[in-house]
Ligand binder design. Structure first.
Ligand code: FE2
Ligand code: FE2
Length: 374
């Protein structure tokens, strides 16, 4: 067996439902979580600022792009969650196509569902999604603090330090929105937690970049954009727009740094990065199965529902696929799609997301996300 034929995160195949269901967050009441960080902290004595001009440019831009969630967002806006959900209903119905088919199956746990239950799914789904954004933002806060310590380049340390501040603001505004406007939240999804663990555990600094800057933040940028387009709620819309202006820069930071670093890696090392990228992709896809929402809605047997979602026809998976619209072109830019006989390309074909490879990569499009650019 070659390195690239081995099982992915201990599974028989990508849609291994037993493996997906076996994972649960057993620690939902804990107030802290300890994750082992195995990386060295690195000092550099080469202080020459701007020796990596594109990172330096990002750093200079970041210093002037800081907004303030307390004063730039109008927290006095009254949020009527029923109206928010009503506005999003057509999109939610489109997104839930495979679930609605599942409800029609004999013996389905959703067979008695009416309008009220589907509406509740929308409410719980949004609460769940914003909660996972919040936890992901804290992951980014911790991961970029780690990058400040572990990356050996001064321009990257400078830039990463601005990102730490950005992520603090992101955690702050999502936490405040959930607390004030939704007054509810979900604990971290187990698949997201495993991914954050991988990002923090790894001893190699570039793996933190790949997992966080390219995969998690690439997905976040697409997911924020989707919700930003979908919602008419002015506070959430502006909050997402502000966060996205930072996230695009963060993803660009990942692409620019890894592009340089990967040039000197061996094929075997690149193959490890391909596997890490695909494992991260699977964990993020599994996160969107929203197991916690089903449990809260009283659906204990989620196997059939998850099976329907995983095996839905391609045309019903548009939302899921959109989440990869930033990740795939950025992986391509890094040379990860086609190295090693195109292993990652084949994997992305299998999960139906390869069509995004021709979109613009974020290192060139990030300026379009700047505040005032639209
Ligand atoms: Fe963020
Ligand atoms: Fe970020």
């Amino acid at each position: 067996m070659t390195a690239i034929d081995r099982d992915i995160i201990g599974r028989d195949h990508a849609n291994d439902i037993d493996a997906i269901l076996a994972m649960r967050n057993e620690d939902v009441d804990a107030s802290i979580k300890v994750v082992q960080n195995n990386a060295d902290s690195i000092f550099t004595w080469d202080y020459e600022k701007g020796s990596r001009p594109r990172l330096n440019k990002l750093y200079e831009k970041a210093k002037h792009s800081m907004w303030d969630g307390e004063t730039d967002l109008d927290w006095s806006i009254d949020v009527d969650m029923d109206k928010v959900l009503e506005d999003m209903r057509p999109v939610a119905e489109f997104q839930d196509q495979s679930l609605r088919r599942a409800a029609e199956q004999p013996g389905s746990p959703l067979k008695n569902w009416g309008d009220k239950e589907w509406f509740e799914l929308g409410r719980e789904g949004l609460t769940w999604q914003l909660s996972q954004f919040l936890h992901g933002e804290q992951g980014a806060l911790v991961a970029t603090a780690k990058i400040v310590e572990t990356v050996p380049w001064i321009d990257a340390k400078y830039y990463a330090s601005t990102q730490v501040m950005d992520e603090a603001r992101h955690v702050e505004v999502f936490a405040k929105y959930l607390d004030l406007k939704i007054q509810d939240h979900y604990p971290v999804n187990i698949h997201l937690q495993h991914l954050l663990d991988d990002v923090i555990n790894d001893s190699r600094w570039d793996m933190t970049y790949l997992g966080m800057q390219i995969m998690i933040e690439g997905l976040a940028l697409a997911a924020f954009g989707f919700l930003h387009n979908m919602t008419q709620e002015p506070l959430l819309k502006k909050l997402l727009r502000y966060v996205m202006s930072d996230e695009a820069r963060h993803v660009a930071f990942g692409v620019l740094s890894l592009q340089e670093y990967y040039q000197d890696l061996s094929l075997a090392e690149i193959q490890e990065r391909q596997e890490f990228a695909f494992e991260s992709a699977l964990r993020m896809r599994d996160r969107f199965l929203r197991q916690e929402v089903w449990h809260r809605l009283g659906v204990d047997d989620t196997r059939e529902i998850i099976k329907f979602q995983l095996e839905a026809p391609e045309e019903e998976k548009e939302f899921q696929r959109l989440l990869f619209s930033k990740i795939v072109p950025n992986c391509k830019k890094l040379g990860l799609l086609d190295a090693g006989e195109g292993w990652l390309r084949t994997k992305f074909e299998e999960i139906g997301v390869i069509q995004f490879e021709h979109l613009e990569s974020t290192d060139t499009e990030y300026a379009d996300f700047a505040l005032g650019a639209d």
